[in-house]
Design a binder for this molecule. Structure first.
Ligand code: SAH
Length: 251
């Protein structure tokens, strides 16, 4: 069986129990070399073959996965965070589907929720925002025009921006135009949950300067929105006057 597994954001304990169990049983683990913490590999069997996908092409990765699969062995493709977000599993799944090879996807903790935990914040505050936009700037991978950061920022909701810290100036320019203010709170979380995690907080007016001073150019989440620094309404769910399926309110 082939398993695509989300390794979580960094801290080795942030993988699912299911993911860890499959890694313990695996005969082959192909891991995303640049981003997956190597500490996951210490749970592999001694004879497990461990390969970094960093220097490989898609075809080379797939050849390896299929070679082991064809010998009835347990195969893991280990991705950072959650595999469904910028994981490039779509193209791997397409090849397996064409070959009629069965596989399973085991979710993981994405770095955008991990970064929010590091900030000790909630994306979805009542009266502030009930929506989180997960996006990125275009890089070598293009982003559809209708998803341009400035257009998305016009919703003025909570946002998590991946793969974009290298170009903070463009991020800030588009967000400022979209939100219509440079006083919106923003945080950059570098290597969330890793031992060398760094959190930089500011507003759209000063964040680019602060990030440049810390020389952060990759491996960071950019979280933006009023949720980072605001007063808000309490939730109805836990309000004493609110009745729901499991509790009768006092009014
Ligand atoms: N599937 C992954 C994302 C892979 S794309 C996930 O769900 O998190 C790689 C990008 O994710 C990085 O450039 C960075 O923007 C972000 N990222 C991954 N791990 C991170 C971490 N521990 N802290 C901050 N950002 C991270």
């Amino acid at each position: 069986m082939i398993y695509f597994i989300g390794a979580g954001p960094g801290d080795e304990d942030l993988i699912t129990v299911k993911g860890r169990r499959i890694i313990e049983a695996a005969d082959l683990v192909v891991f995303t070399g640049s981003l997956v913490s190597k500490t996951h590999l210490k749970y592999c069997k001694p004879d497990c073959v461990k390969i970094s996908s960093a220097p490989l092409t898609l075809e080379e990765v797939m050849d390896k996965l299929i070679e082991f699969h064809d010998q009835n062995l347990t195969v893991v493709r280990l991705h950072t965070g959650d595999p469904s977000i910028y994981g490039a599993i779509g193209e791997q799944i397409k090849i397996l589907d064409e070959r009629k090879i069965d596989f399973e996807v085991v979710p993981g903790v994405s770095s955008f929720t991990a970064a929010c935990s590091s900030l000790k914040k909630e994306f979805t505050l009542p009266g502030i925002s009930q929506t989180v936009i997960v996006t990125r700037l275009a890089g070598r991978t293009p982003v559809p025009e209708k998803e341009d950061l400035e257009l998305l920022a016009r919703h003025q909701c909570s946002m998590a921006i991946f793969l974009s810290v290298k170009d903070m100036k463009t991020v800030v320019k588009k967000l400022t135009a979209g939100y219509g203010s440079d006083q919106i709170p923003i945080a950059v979380v570098y290597k969330a949950t890793w031992p060398d995690e760094k959190i930089i907080k500011g507003t759209l007016a000063d964040i680019a300067e602060k990030v440049a001073a810390h020389k952060i150019e990759k491996f960071a989440q950019i979280l933006v929105g009023e949720f980072i620094d605001t007063d808000f309404d309490r939730s109805l769910l836990y309000h004493p006057e609110f009745t729901h399926d499991f509790r009768k309110g006092n009014q």
